[in-house]
Design a protein around this ligand. Structure first.
Ligand code: NAP
Length: 245
C-alpha cells in the first residue's frame, strides 16, 4: 500500500510541484487549496499525472477545517505518514508601516498553523513508528530581508520548530526537516519589478531564479528512504545565494 502524503498549498507553485513529484514517485497525495476551484485543480493535476490522491479545501488558519480534513483523509486513505507544511503567504512592508493585521496573518498562516497540522498528523505517525515532516522555510529566515520582518520571523520560527520537534520525536522513527528555498519563480515572486529581478539575479551565483521543481526534488529526497538518517536539518536550495555553515 502506498504511503499517504498531505501537502498544504498544493494548488500552485512549489506545493503543486511537490504534490506531483511525490505522486509520480508512487505516494498517494492529498494536496490542498483554499477554494473549491483550487482543490479541483489539484485533483485534475494529479489525474493528469496518472497519480493517486485528490485535492482538498483547506484554509490552514481554520482549526476546525484542519481537524476535519485530517480526519477525512485518515478515514478514506489511512493514516498520514508524510506531511509537507508548504502553505505560505507574504504581506511585505517596512516594520514602521506594517499593520498589526499584516503581521498577524503572516505569522498565523506560515507558522501558527503548523502547530495543529503537525500535532494532528503526529498521532498516526507515532502509532506507525514512522513519519516524515517537511517544513517550507526560506532563505530570508536565515538572512533576514528588509520589508519582510513578518515573513522572515515566520520562516525563522519554522527552523526552531523543525529542530525542536526533530529532537522530541526521533526515537519514534519520525524525521523532521526544513527546506529553505531562495527566490523561486512562482506567483509569490511574480510581483517583483524588472529592476528588482535584475538586481536579484546579480546576487544569485547560479544566475537564475529557482524553479518549483528545484524545490520539489529536494523535498522528495528528504521524504525518501535515502534520507532516513537526516533529521533536524535545513536544506538550503537557493542557487548559492546563502551558504549556511
Ligand atoms: P504561491 O505560489 O503563492 O502558492 C501559495 C499556496 O499556498 C497556494 O496553493 C495557496 O492556495 C496556498 N495558501 C495560501 N494561503 C493559504 C491558507 N491560509 N491556507 C491554506 N493554503 C494557503 O507560493 P509558493 O511560491 O509556491 O511558496 C510555497 C512555500 O514556499 C511558501 O511557504 C513560501 O513561503 C515558501 N517559499 C517560497 C519562495 C519563493 O521564492 N517562491 C521562497 C522561499 C520560500 P490557493 O491557490 O488556494 O490560494
Amino acid at each position: 500500500m502506498s504511503q499517504i502524503c498531505l501537502v498544504t498549498g498544493a494548488s500552485r507553485g512549489i506545493g503543486n510541484a511537490i504534490a506531483i513529484e511525490l505522486a509520480t514517485k508512487g505516494y498517494t497525495v492529498i494536496g490542498t487549496g483554499t477554494s473549491i476551484a483550487s482543490a479541483e485543480k489539484v485533483t485534475n493535476d494529479l489525474r493528469t499525472a496518472g497519480a493517486e490522491g485528490r485535492g482538498a479545501v483547506l484554509d490552514v488558519n481554520d482549526p476546525e477545517q484542519v481537524e476535519s480534513v485530517i480526519k477525512d483523509i485518515t478515514d478514506e486513505f489511512g493514516p498520514i505518514s508524510v506531511l509537507v507544511n508548504n502553505a505560505g503567504v507574504t504581506e511585505d512592508n517596512l516594520l514602521m508601516r506594517m499593520k498589526p493585521s499584516q503581521w498577524q496573518r503572516t505569522l498565523n498562516t506560515n507558522l501558527a498553523s503548523v502547530f495543529s497540522l503537525t500535532k494532528l498528523c503526529l498521532k498516526g505517525m507515532t502509532r506507525a513508528r514512522y513519519g516524515r515532516i517537511i517544513n517550507l522555510s526560506s532563505v530570508v529566515g536565515a538572512t533576514g530581508n528588509a520589508g519582510q520582518t513578518n515573513y522572515a520571523a515566520s520562516k525563522a520560527g519554522l527552523i526552531g520548530f523543525t529542530k525542536s520537534l526533530a529532537l522530541e520525536i526521533a526515537s519514534r522513527g519520525i524525521t523532521v526537516n526544513a527546506v529553505a528555498p531562495g527566490f523561486i519563480d512562482t506567483d509569490m515572486t511574480s510581483a517583483l519589478g524588472e529592476d528588482q529581478r535584475t538586481k536579484l539575479l546579480g546576487a544569485i551565483p547560479l544566475a537564475r531564479l529557482g524553479r518549483a521543481d528545484d524545490i520539489s526534488k529536494a523535498v522528495a529526497f528528504l521524504v525518501s528512504d535515502d534520507a532516513s538518517y537526516i533529521t533536524g536539518q535545513v536544506l538550503h536550495v537557493n542557487g548559492g545565494m546563502h551558504m549556511s555553515s
